[in-house]
Write a protein of this length. Structure first.
Length: 253
């Protein structure tokens, strides 16, 4: 097999990868979250559970490096340490759960978790409250469980940030920082569990340009329109995606 065949991607799959990654990168750059909640359900339509979570984690890692100037030095450090430590513990447990799932089970759990998380998040209003190390540690463990099982570490951390940080610049930076750390942790765990295959890396040539364009557009939108207007749109989109992936798992298996 030559190089061209190795990296050949069907046109429909290439379009789906580019569209899902580009949109997710735009939403993430604008809000600080939403990348994994959008791309993992999309990837699950045409990739195995292991390949879907690995590709998402690789893209999250690269996206964090690409946009580090948008978040480095802007987030509060005190809650970050226990939260990242908790994420390591939770991710190890979540990876074990992932290894036991079939494709249909993976899709069903993804859909249900995204819908529930979106409904819960939609009810929270940003506010400023005192944060504690135990709360940060527990949030990190919960996020790690979702990170290891589905490569979606967002919901518990988003709830924490919404409850403790009301300033958009700080909350966005904190989320970007944590999700980048989560991608590093999850890739190490996925590798240790033997879940990494060549397929996710074969799709990078399609995903990376779309990710870069989406990130640029999202950064521009944040600089121009930063505020809370994005929340209903993001939550509604995530709910629709979660419902569609759950329906696929239940109806078609």
């Amino acid at each position: 097999m030559d190089i061209a065949q190795l990296f050949a991607v069907p046109a429909e799959q290439a379009l789906l990868v580019a569209a899902s990654v580009g949109l997710a990168a735009l939403i993430r750059a604008f809000t600080g979250f939403g990348f994994a909640m959008l791309v993992v359900p999309a990837f699950s339509f045409f990739l195995t559970p292991g390949d879907a979570v690995v590709l998402s984690a690789v893209l999250a890692l690269l996206l964090g490096l690409l946009s580090y100037r948008s978040w480095w030095g802007l987030f509060p450090v005190a809650p970050a340490k226990p939260m990242v430590a908790g994420s390591v513990i939770g991710t190890a447990i979540g990876v074990w759960f992932l290894a036991s799932l079939s494709v249909a089970e993976f899709q069903l759990w993804i859909g249900i978790s995204v819908v529930i998380a979106s409904l819960v998040l939609a009810r929270f209003v940003p506010s400023e409250r005192a944060a504690s190390s135990p709360a940060a540690l527990a949030t990190g463990v919960a996020s790690g469980l979702m990170n290891g099982a589905f490569a979606i570490p967002g919901p518990p951390v988003i709830l924490y940030v919404v409850a403790t940080l009301s300033e958009p610049v700080k909350s966005r930076a904190f989320l970007m920082m944590f999700f980048w750390c989560s991608s590093v942790v999850s890739l190490v765990m996925f590798g240790a569990a033997g879940l990494i295959s060549p397929r996710p890396f074969q799709l990078l040539w399609v995903a990376l340009p779309a990710m870069w364009l989406g990130n640029q557009a999202g950064n521009w939108a944040f600089a121009r329109y930063a505020g809370a207007a994005y929340r209903p749109f993001v939550m509604g989109l995530c709910i629709l995606i979660g419902l569609s992936i759950s329906a696929k798992a239940l109806i078609w298996g």
